[in-house]
Design a protein around this ligand. Sequence first.
Ligand SMILES: Nc1ncnc2c1ncn2[C@@H]1O[C@H](COP(=O)(O)OP(=O)(O)O)[C@@H](O)[C@H]1O
Ligand code: SF4
Ligand SMILES: [Mg+2]
Length: 353
Amino acid sequence: MTESHPDPVPAERTGGSARPDLLQVEHLQVHFPIRGKGLFARQRGQVRAVDDVSFAVRRGETLGLVGESGSGKTTVGRAILRAVPVTAGRVRFRGDQGEVDLLGLEGESLRRFRKHMQLIFQDPYASLNPRMTVRDIIAEPLEAGAQKMAKSEIDDRVRETARRCRLNLEHLRRFPHAFSGGQRQRIGIARALVSSPEFVVCDESVSALDVSIQADILNLLMDLQEELHTTYLFIAHDLSVVAQISTRVAVMYVGKLMELAPTDALFSRPAHPYTNALFSAIPHLDPTQAFEPLRLTGEIPNPASPPPGCRFQTRCPFAEDRCRNEEPAWREVGPDHLVACHFAERLDFTRRP
Ligand SMILES: Nc1ncnc2c1ncn2[C@@H]1O[C@H](COP(=O)(O)OP(=O)(O)O)[C@@H](O)[C@H]1O
Ligand code: SF4
Ligand SMILES: [Mg+2]
């Protein structure tokens, strides 16, 4: 574990708008072994998919997590949901049940806890079982839950959740192939929310949909959050999508966080060159924007052998010797605004380097 990440910034230090933390992720690492061919092949290295990441998710907020494909976003979400083995770190969940050490849960206690955190899948086509009715798909988390519920109670919960997700109750008896992409994603959302989870990971949940349907689904997610007080970790590779729904945005690159700030601050004053470069992918940027997006060139480094020093140094137009030798600390540069760049205060994005 490196020294560069201090403990996450406590809520009381993050300005008046701070809400209490629901989730605290501390020094999270997920390393996947790379093995040679054959049954007894030795490990040849490791993919450092998540490499010392610390952040908090506040109750009732949407924390966006953005970065190019392969930066480790999905692995962060899956680690919190206990869907991949975690190499090191700690995840504390401070929900209605009191404080729970998520990575310490095993067996029956983990199974019981699962209803408090759910995942909305990326691809509504692939994630729904074609042989199950919509009713059974939505009911599954309740039927798989640790506590037995009566069928009538399950039916009531399914109908109420379907209604909230603007699904036609007539459709509960049908099979998922009969529905459009947007409707299928509503079914996926209903399944995720039926157990009243406090925390939901949305992983590229609108990325496979047409732009107009994306807006519908984002609005639905926001309305449901207001009604149910759910907390979201919203993962996407597209910064403009993340900005539409997120209270704050975290930017990830090759297994590490580069920047984390309230959405407004990130859009008006990005402090990290990588964040700035992500703006170049937004086609219709506000013409009054005070900075010029950097053009991102070159390949994203392999997380099995990340570059020394700053992970962005191989693509950063501002890189100096220090960037190649010393890993930047994760530090506060403004109210509630964290960044990992040696020179964040003095970089001028209004002029090209
Ligand atoms: N189960 C796995 N085994 C080995 N490598 C993996 C596994 N899952 C993800 N990776 C690798 O970890 C890195 C991060 O992947 P991922 O978390 O899916 O990134 P993102 O969601 O940002 O696209 C990638 O290099 C990916 O190939
Ligand atoms: S630390 Fe150096 S290489 Fe990394 S983002 Fe900052 S200026 Fe660029
Ligand atoms: Mg992903």
